[in-house]
Ligand binder design. Structure first.
Ligand SMILES: C[S@@+](CC[C@H](N)C(=O)[O-])C[C@H]1O[C@@H](n2cnc3c(N)ncnc32)[C@H](O)[C@@H]1O
Ligand code: SF4
Length: 417
């Protein structure tokens, strides 16, 4: 596995230099000139912890959560104060963990963000199905939230048991969603669970769209090495068949593929914090991507609070990109949307995409992985499968390794990938 990712990295970056993350960091972040900047805020508290989940999270404790939110607001002001005027940003997403556990303070956090940034395309919050009640949805709406994403995983008892998740009360969920509408209501599902069939997934998707969702995310199950989950991922051939079947089904129903694993039933419904050229992340484990660097905050809630209380940014690792590394990063994440526009690439880097990756694009087209029309490169169904497949490799080779270390060490000296 390491060989595939290393060779691909060397080939695409035209260098043997690895992605080198070090503990050094800056006191300020050069985001003022970034266009299409997105914001992400991490709330790492959950009622109980699911053993398959790789995210930075801890069991909710009212005192710790209170101190954490105080530090979070301080971090937002520390970074935000750098931009003299209100900087325009595309979106603000709250992820977790379970951000609803801090619902009473979301308005305060959004207010702090609003002192420095003007959000133009809405505010999204990830929810656990248990959070979907009329009072909570009203609190979110009053705070300015426009999009919600609910972690259903599966409506079927056998997979809820397999994943250690309780049953979802669908009538109650549906009634709450009908009473408090949002511009985007997304539901998350996990696919490629052992024994899962097309009928299982089709039922889940139909139930989602019939009960208040206008967007679904179908994530392939990833078996992270550091999680305790006994669930094993599905074999490759079976997974491809299932992915093709479910993709055809969604397209035949007229749903629009809004990203590699999301579909929407209504124009304008979207939920993605990933496909941004640049983003600023606040809170523990949150990542920041700028023109010349990527940085990630410490995963330790206590260490995060201490750093911020001491007046310093809570970054624990920073990667300074070479130009080619940044291009690969850009292309990898932009491809999430299943399309890359040559004009966007040229605007971002000041060089034509074909000049930098002409041979690779031509080869991908010959292999039937992409098509090109008017300077827009569109992934085919075959391309989407291989992207899924490579993304799985990437996640296990890079994210699994990095998060595995960051869960143990608050401030590692360096990591090379
Ligand atoms: C932070 S959670 C969602 C919000 C909420 N905490 C919940 O559990 O309902 C984000 C999503 O990541 C997905 N996810 C978590 N662990 C995964 C894994 N091992 N493989 C694939 N997807 C996973 C799930 O679909 C989950 O809803
Ligand atoms: S899946 Fe959601 S509720 Fe479960 S541990 Fe992860 S973030 Fe928490």
């Amino acid at each position: 596995m390491g060989i595939i990712t290393n060779v691909t990295r060397m080939w695409l970056t035209r260098s043997v230099r690895p992605f080198r993350f070090t503990g050094e960091f800056d006191r300020t972040l050069p985001y003022e000139d970034c266009e299409r900047l997105g914001l992400y805020i991490h709330i790492p508290f959950c009622r109980s912890l699911c053993d398959f989940c790789p995210y930075c999270k801890t069991v909710y404790d009212a005192d710790l959560c209170g101190r954490y939110i105080d530090a979070l607001i301080r971090e937002i002001h520390m970074v935000g104060a750098q931009s003299g005027s209100q900087k325009e940003v595309t979106s603000l997403y709250f992820g977790g963990g379970t951000p609803a556990l801090a619902a009473g303070r979301l308005g305060e956090i959004i207010g702090a963000v609003g002192e420095h940034f003007a959000v133009t395309q809405g505010i999204g919050v990830e929810l656990h199905p248990k959070d979907v009640t009329v009072p909570l949805l009203k609190t979110l709406k009053a705070a300015g939230v426009t999009k919600i994403s609910i972690g259903i995983q599966s409506f079927q008892g056998k997979y809820q048991d397999l994943l250690g998740r309780g049953a979802v009360d669908l009538p109650a969920l549906s009634a709450a969603l009908a009473q408090v509408p949002f511009e985007t209501v997304s539901m998350d599902f996990i696919f490629a669970l052992p024994g899962q069939t097309f009928e299982d997934l089709k039922t889940d998707i139909d139930l989602a769209f019939a009960h208040g969702a206008n967007h679904v995310a179908i994530y392939p199950f990833i078996d992270f090495t550091f999680t305790d989950s006994p669930v094993q991922a599905m074999p490759k051939g079976e997974k491809r068949r299932l992915l093709d079947q479910i993709t055809h089904y969604c397209l035949e129903r007229g749903y629009v593929r809004t990203s590699i694993w999301t579909f929407s039933s209504q124009a304008g419904a979207c939920y993605s914090s990933m496909t941004r050229d640049n983003f600023l992340g606040f809170g523990c484990s949150a990542a920041t991507l700028l023109r010349d660097r990527f940085k990630i905050n410490t995963f330790s809630v206590e260490a995060y609070c201490r750093r911020v209380d001491g007046g310093q940014l809570p970054s624990c690792l920073t990667l300074r990109f070479t130009l080619r590394q940044r291009m690969v990063y850009y292309l990898f994440w932009t491809a999430y949307s299943t399309r890359v526009d040559e004009r966007d690439f040229a605007r971002f880097f000041g060089v034509p995409l074909k000049k930098m990756y002409g041979l690779e694009l031509k080869t991908a087209r010959l292999l039937g992985l992409v098509t090109e029309q008017g300077g827009v490169w569109q992934m085919t169904l075959k391309g989407a499968f291989f992207y899924h497949y490579y993304e799985n490799y990437y996640t296990l080779a890079y994210i699994d390794k990095m998060w595995g270390v960051l869960r143990r060490e608050a401030f590692p000296e360096r990591i090379e990938l």
